[in-house]
Design a protein around this ligand. Sequence first.
Ligand SMILES: [Mg+2]
Length: 196
Amino acid sequence: MSSQLSFDVLPLAGVVPKIDPAAPSKPALLLDRDGVLNVDTGYVGRYRDFRWIPGAIETLIAFSRANWHIRVVTNQSGIAHGKYTEEDVQRLHADIACDVTAAGARIDAFYYCPYHAESPIERYRFVDHPDRKPNPGMLIKALRDCGADTARSIMVGDKASDLEAGLRAGVKALHFRSQGRLDDFLAECLRKQGAF
Ligand SMILES: [Mg+2]
């Protein structure tokens, strides 16, 4: 993880719109997890399998400092497929949050969808659950829970289902292809698209 000293010179920090902390409604950065925050090695349910994507921590720092809401929205069909449990995922998210706090940043909340149409576990078997991306349910909940300014909010994902969910939730959707650094990717997007 980077040292605190390197954070001020990050290119992303210069282009993330700064939000007045007292603003009645702030934009939210909605982040897919696997392939955006961590390397998607397939069914990551435990911290020992979790590897940060380069620039992900720096992204969280930049948006935290700019007073954005920051929420993770992740499909976790690994729960439905019995690869790991909800408790495992919650523990992993607590461990991720520890890393983020240690870096001086924050993730305000984690949302995960444990359902899948072909789950062998009955309580997780659900065809086309409204929370499972590309459906926008989880994102709408995340935005509503913090009273986010939807029109200025952003969803970042590595799959078409993330982008579709973002568009259906009414936010801007950005496609990170899990190549290169997340902070550089977002800096480039923000520079191109101008102020949000
Ligand atoms: Mg993903």
